[in-house]
Design a protein around this ligand. Sequence first.
Ligand code: ATP
Length: 316
Amino acid sequence: MERCSLIAPAKINLHLEIIGDRPDGFHELAMVMQSIDLVDRIDLHSISTDTIRVRCAHPDVPNDRTNLAYQAARLMAERFPETFANLGGVEIHIEKNIPIAAGLAGGSSNAAAVLVGLNLLWKLGLTQSELQELSASIGSDIPFCISGGTALATGRGETISPLPGMDGLHVVLGKFRNLAVSTPWAYKTFREHYSHTYITDEVEREERRQNVHAGPMVSAISHRDGRKIGELLYNDLEKVVLPEFPQVAKLREAMSRPGILGAMMSGSGPTVFALTETAEQAQQVRDGVKAAMADEDLDLWVAQFFSTGISTVEGV
Ligand code: ATP
């Protein structure tokens, strides 16, 4: 096999709770993650030189070593130097549809696709959990992006427990084109304002994790109760992002239209999403928000819950 094409879905957070600080400088988190069918396409081609190249036409995506897809390929080349030496390098094409620096894990999903793709291209035979373990060294969201669907993510986000698949719900997403929120800034600002609430005792931390594991959001997912899921949406990072970016707060308000199941910011933002039961309701919400905001800079998408993470494109 000399080429491989993959679908890399975005994610939203249905629950994002910051539990405390970790000795490695990251935050201890308890999150419920959900893949959606807003996707990038990643094409990998073997090339005869021992280089890794990234090509993406989107002006805001770097084509150099800072691209997470590049870092994923580098990681595989370092871990499997003989295979890399024998089979040569790789060219990575990214067709970018997921908005950038949006809280939708676009870069992480691209990296996840490169790991899954190179495992196939180089016939390494790594299991999904081996790939997830490897991936955590370059990004906390990558292990989730590999397996996708609906899952609980704890630790710094890299410890994944799959939850029953929640397909069938629809999502409207909104983001101002020229507004990006840096994830490190959001967590740093949260620490500055809320570190007094952090739990330091390990027993209490485990209790908090268990509260999420056995809590109402996971129960609502198990019962496929869209109404309850909508009511229970929660994101600690809204506390710092919404006051700093009033536009995002305004968009969240505009998204909270009658008939929706719930609305919230995803991850560190600035994307805001609303959940609906049907595709028609999602279209109506999108049209209503578009008219109410009347802002040229606002992009809106309609998507659905997606039950898988990285998948290969059939017939390639
Ligand atoms: P997360 O939700 O995991 O915090 P995000 O959706 O907020 O991620 P990304 O779209 O992954 O953010 O991009 C964050 C930054 O990473 C961008 O500013 C971009 O320059 C850089 N980047 C590196 N590789 C990629 C990639 N493959 N796709 C998009 N951005 C990338």
